[in-house]
Design a protein around this ligand. Structure first.
Ligand code: PMV
Length: 291
C-alpha cells in the first residue's frame, strides 16, 4: 500500500474587474495565473504540522479546517506572494483539497473544490465571495456571480488574448476581510452597482472581440470607482499612472486593494516597454497572457 507523499497544485488568480462589487452580488471576471501553489502531504505520527516558505500565522489553522489534525506533515511551496491580491489563499485551498483527494486515491470534483474551498477561504477572509477559489479550481478566464440560489460560474471564451503587465506595490496594511468591511461600513451600493455595470460592458468587449482601447478605458473607469470606495492607495494610483504613461491602454488595481497588485492592459508590442518602465520605476513586474 502506498503511503505518499500526496501532492496537489493550483494556480493563483488576477481579478480583471468587479472586485468588491462581487461581494454584493454583482459579477466579477477573474483569470487563473500561471503561478502555482503546491501542497504535499506526508504521513507522520503525531499532531499535523506545517513546513512552508509562506510566512502567515493564519496558515495552519486555516488548513486544519479540512486536513486531519494528526498524522500528517503539510508542505507548502508557493510562487505567489501572500496577501497581494494574487489569490495565494485560494490556490492554497484548492491545492490542499487536491492533495487530500490524491491521498484517497481519487480526483476532487469542481463541486467539492468549490464547497470545501470555502472552509479555508473563510478562515482567511471572513465572508469571501468565492470568486478566488472558483477560478483557481476551474482555471482559465471566468465570470463569477454569487446569487441566493448559488454561484453563476461562466467560463469566458475571449476573442483576443489579453496581454497584461502586473506590478506589485507590496503587502497591504489591511487584510481582505478588513478592506471588505471598510467598503461595507462606507455604504457604497451606488458605486458597486456602477462597477457591476462596467463588468457587463467588459464581458461584451471580451467576448465579441471589441476594441482593446475601449477595454482599456473601461478598466480605467473601474479603477476610478475603486478609488471612490476608498480601496486604492497613493502607491496603487502611482503604479497605474506609470503603467498608463508607459503605454498601457488602461490600468487598475486588482484584488482587495489597500496595497498589493495593479495591472496594465497592453498590446503584445507595447508590453516589453511597459514592463521595463515599471521595473525601472522600482516596481516588481511580470507579464502574463490571458487566453
Ligand atoms: O483577497 P483578494 O485581494 O484577492 O480580494 C478578493 C476580492 C474581493 O472582492 C475584495 C473579496 C471577495 O471575497 O470577493
Amino acid at each position: 500500500m502506498t503511503t505518499g507523499p500526496f501532492a496537489g497544485q493550483a494556480p493563483g488568480k488576477l481579478i480583471l474587474c468587479g472586485e468588491h462589487a462581487v461581494v454584493e452580488g454583482h459579477a466579477a471576471i477573474a483569470a487563473a495565473l500561471p503561478r502555482f501553489t503546491t501542497v504535499t502531504l506526508l504521513e507522520r505520527p503525531g499532531p499535523t504540522s506545517l513546513s512552508s516558505d509562506l510566512r502567515d500565522e493564519r496558515l495552519l489553522p486555516a488548513l486544519l479546517t479540512v486536513v486531519p489534525r494528526s498524522g500528517l506533515e503539510i508542505e507548502v511551496h508557493s510562487e505567489l506572494p501572500v496577501g497581494c491580491g494574487l489569490g495565494s489563499s485560494a490556490a492554497l485551498a484548492i491545492a490542499t483539497l487536491r492533495a487530500l483527494a490524491a491521498r484517497e486515491g481519487r480526483e476532487a470534483s469542481f463541486a467539492e473544490l468549490y464547497e470545501r474551498g470555502f472552509l479555508i477561504e473563510r478562515a482567511f477572509h471572513g465572508n469571501p465571495s468565492g470568486v478566488d477559489h472558483a477560478v483557481s479550481a476551474l482555471g482559465g478566464l471566468v465570470r463569477y456571480r454569487r446569487t441566493d440560489s448559488g454561484p453563476e460560474i461562466t467560463p469566458l471564451h475571449i476573442v483576443e488574448p489579453l496581454t497584461l503587465v502586473v506590478v506589485n506595490t507590496g503587502t497591504p496594511a489591511f487584510t481582505t476581510a478588513q478592506m471588505v468591511e471598510r467598503v461595507r461600513l462606507r455604504g457604497s451600493s451606488r458605486e458597486l452597482a456602477a462597477i457591476g455595470a462596467l463588468v457587463s460592458e467588459i464581458t461584451e468587449v471580451l467576448t465579441t472581440g471589441g476594441d482593446q482601447h475601449r477595454l482599456g478605458a473601461l478598466l480605467d473607469q473601474n479603477h476610478c470607482w475603486l478609488q471612490r470606495i476608498g480601496v486604492s492607495t497613493p502607491e496603487l494610483d502611482r503604479a497605474c499612472a506609470i503603467l498608463r504613461s508607459a503605454g498601457s491602454l488602461g490600468a487598475k488595481l486588482a484584488g482587495a486593494g489597500g496595497g498589493g497588485v495593479a495591472f496594465g492592459l497592453c498590446t503584445p508590442g507595447s508590453a516589453p516597454g511597459v514592463h521595463a518602465e515599471a521595473t525601472a520605476a522600482g516596481l516588481a513586474a511580470f507579464t502574463v497572457i490571458i487566453r
